[in-house]
Ligand binder design. Structure first.
Ligand code: ZN
Length: 188
């Protein structure tokens, strides 16, 4: 198993639609293992394959639910059905997200409260999870990665401007930037 470098916003792989997985082989199993390890080391509650430079429709997640249970798994070639995204100003305290590809930053945005995730696991068994609240938010964030969308792309104008300023300030927003969990300390 290997901890893999995480791509930072600007890397084209993060901004393009990822491709369907067609081959379920040892290499895919290894990719998923590396994704778990990288997510755990980061640490993060989710990681999509494009974030480690792999243009495939795969994400992993690890979420300690409100009832104390650990929701941990992988989904391959997912679909995501969501309830309506509420309108209005997002709340800093309860609706702020971060992203390992925009490291060290957080901004609030509205997300649907309910999400139904379907897809396959590594053994090609069906995945079907009905999530709500923060768990549903994780699925929306990770699914977006497979569509080439970062959460900062979804911010309201005020926060999008702020995020863009930070991205420019840090010299992000261009190809070839990454950071390695466990090796490099994040700023901010
Ligand atoms: Zn992310």
């Amino acid at each position: 198993m290997t901890i893999r470098p995480i791509c930072i916003t600007g890397n084209p792989v993060l901004h393009a639609r990822a491709q369907e997985v067609t081959v379920f082989d040892e290499a895919l199993a290894e990719l998923v293992q590396d994704m778990y390890e990288t997510m755990d080391e980061a640490p993060g509650v989710g990681l999509a394959a494009p974030q480690i430079g792999v243009n495939l429709r795969v994400f992993v997640y690890d979420w300690d639910a409100e009832d104390g249970s650990e929701q941990r798994g992988v989904v391959i070639n997912p679909t995501l059905e969501i309830s309506e995204v509420p309108e209005g100003e997002p709340d800093w305290d309860t609706e702020s997200e971060g992203c390992l590809s925009v490291p060290g930053e957080r901004f609030p945005l509205k997300r649907a409260n309910k999400a139904i995730l379907r897809g396959l696991d590594l053994n090609q068994n069906p995945v079907h999870i009905e999530a709500s609240g923060w768990f549903a938010r994780i699925f929306q964030h990770e699914f977006d990665h497979l569509e080439g969308i970062l959460y900062v792309d979804r911010l309201i104008d005020e926060y999008k401007d702020e995020a863009n300023e930070i991205i420019i300030e840090r010299g992000w927003g261009k190809d070839g930037l990454s950071w390695l969990p466990g090796k490099e300390k994040l700023e901010g």
